[in-house]
Design a binder for this molecule. Structure first.
Ligand code: TLP
Length: 342
């Protein structure tokens, strides 16, 4: 099976497992795990923030940020396809008691005009807008890279109003590798930034949330409250350090593979995709005109040895990652041609 369902399916390599097996550990709830501490320092340095906190998942990182920046009854502004509201089991409402204002972006990207129109004027009828969450790269947008200009403009609108900004940078390093813009250049416009080790970077578990020291101290307490305090987590942090050392630059290969898939899909009858919109490792395409449902197409692809996921009743997503080789991408293209040319 060629598994392009997500970059979360990657498995730790033998070298990564070796790093995990030999990691020095301690009790991280006491702050005494040297490997976790090293990972947190490395992440903070990479993002140009004072400190970082290791958490079990991207979902927890986002939800800790929501909790940190808001009070129950506040409103947060998000893009309509954002992971923080689409795929986190209603956590923003359930765990932080906030209401969410969804704005429809262009392939996940919002303009400052949209944001400004959505910010609530101070009036006791209104929930206070206290947080704006952006996502880079944008998953449902098709792996879209957030350009710096709208980020800067949104920051300029948010800051004087005292509205915090959080970046869900689950795949931030895909954007970094694709653009050459350092992670810190993105991160400086946000109070909190999270990124995942367990997606394209190939670690089995874990995300980091980066911020100033004062916010990290508060987030550490909230992580305990959310049940995310871990003990000898150095075994996991070692995988993360290995990933940051070895698996960032190679993301470029995944981007080339995604472009190859997009070029093949664009040539098939009834499929809709603009290959120029494939900027990183995510390929979203529409199959509506083939008169097949997403589920039917997925079953036909699976029967030929290719796994994708549905994104809507007529769209599918393929994600390239470090566990699929060039040869497997070519095989995947052959399967797509066979299934969709039919
Ligand atoms: N995304 C997963 C699914 O949950 C959809 C995937 O296969 O893409 N932010 C973004 C932008 C994400 O794409 C994800 C995972 C997360 C946060 C959450 O990360 P985890 O799975 O570690 O909680």
């Amino acid at each position: 099976m060629i598994d392009l369902r997500s970059d979360t399916v990657t498995k730790p390599s033998p070298a990564m497992r070796e790093a995990m097996a030999t990691a020095e550990v301690g009790d991280d709830v006491f702050g005494e795990d040297p490997t976790v501490n090293r990972l947190q320092e490395t992440a903070a340095r990479l993002l140009g923030k004072e400190a970082a906190l290791f958490v079990p998942s991207g979902t927890m990182a986002n939800q800790l940020a929501v909790r940190l920046h808001t009070r129950p009854g506040d409103e947060i502004i998000v893009e309509a396809g954002a992971h923080v509201v689409r795929y986190e089991s209603g956590a923003a409402a359930g765990l932080s008691g906030v209401q969410t204002c969804w704005l429809q972006g262009t392939r996940g990207i919002l303009t400052v005009e949209q944001i400004e129109a959505a910010i609530r004027p101070p009036d006791y009828h209104n929930p206070p807008t206290t947080l704006i969450c952006l996502e880079n790269t944008h998953n449902r947008g098709g792996g879209t890279i957030y350009p710096l200009d709208p980020i800067k403009a949104i920051r300029k609108a948010a800051e004087p109003r005292g509205i915090a900004m959080h970046l869900d940078g689950a795949r931030l390093f895909n954007a970094v590798v694709a653009t050459g813009i350092p992670a810190s250049e993105y991160a400086r416009h946000f109070e909190t930034v999270s990124f995942c080790l367990s997606k394209g970077l190939g670690a089995p578990v874990g995300s980091l949330i980066c911020a100033d020291r004062e916010r990290i101290t508060k987030l550490r307490r909230l992580r305990k409250m959310f049940g995310g305090g871990m003990r000898q987590a150095g075994i996991l942090a070692a995988a993360g350090l290995y990933a940051l050392d070895h698996n960032i630059a190679r993301l470029a290969e995944d981007h080339v593979h995604a472009k190859t898939l997009a070029a093949t899909l664009a040539g098939l009858p009834g499929l809709r995709i603009n290959p120029d919109h494939v900027e990183t490792n995510i390929v979203v395409f529409d199959i509506g005109e083939t008169r097949r449902t997403a589920d039917e197409a997925l079953a036909a692809l699976k029967a030929e040895g290719l796994l994708l996921v549905p994104f809507s009743p007529t769209t599918l997503r393929a994600v390239t990652h470090l566990d699929v080789s060039r040869g497997q991408i070519e095989q995947a293209c052959a399967i797509l041609k066979k299934v969709f040319a039919a």
